[in-house]
Design a protein around this ligand. Sequence first.
Ligand code: PEP
Ligand code: MN
Length: 289
Amino acid sequence: MKDAKLTLKRTPDHQSIVRLNSQVTIGDRDIIVIGGPCAVENQAQLETIAAHLQGNIQALRGGVYKPRTSPYSFQGVGNEGLKTLTAVRDRTGLPVVTEVMAISQIEGMVAAGVDMLQVGSRNMQNFDLLKALGETQTPVLLKRGLSATLEEFIMAAEYIMAHGNPNVVLCERGIRSFDSYTRNVLDLGVVVALKQLTHLPVIVDPSHAAGRRELIAGLSRAAIACGADGLIIECHPEPDKAISDAQQTLSLPEMKALVESLKPIALGVGRSMPKAADIPLPKELVVAL
Ligand code: PEP
Ligand code: MN
């Protein structure tokens, strides 16, 4: 890991800020919340989310190419979804994040003006993909591999940076373990360690970590409390009808309530939420904590 010369902090307060557009950055004082469906289904779905969560989320996520365990499961709407994503971005001003699975998809996504390219867990060590993303300047959301060590995660980020793209955000999304009650185990220890070791912004994906919607709000609050720079959370206007990952997907009112509950925690750890007001800690939250 001593090789990770571009990723590791040079001074204790070294912190990079990754910019998604003129308004939205990751890694400064404001916490960022990225919300949206696992998979883009249609334009109305994304516009409903944007309309209901205006002011609660700062970027919209949605996969158009989906890495599914089974080749017979829904694989995403493909290029058509890219047009849907950027049309919604142009109407709402919300930057959009989508997963890139292959080198051949990069050019079209960059040309369409996707604001952030997500490297999924299953591709964290696809070194050719990392090198190709290093040759763009588009921000990259690098998700931790299903069983990647801290060092492997950091070195994957180093690949992107070594090839010329400094705009890398790390994402802890849970790691494989023995208990199938949760889909994965959210490793908040790695979040604290990454914040200490690297200057890159670190966000948390509680949705793929938990795999169960009733755990998402608690894990989100814990992530912000331990120093994460933001969250990426799956939500849908009709969560039970989501084509993929329905069981871990929040409704829009649940998402709004979750974001509200983060505000006092962000303030407590010296951070702010965009448009943060001085909100007292709600009673039920004090008990839950
Ligand atoms: C996703 O974000 O929809 C996804 C597939 O995540 P991961 O790569 O972390 O499994
Ligand atoms: Mn998903």
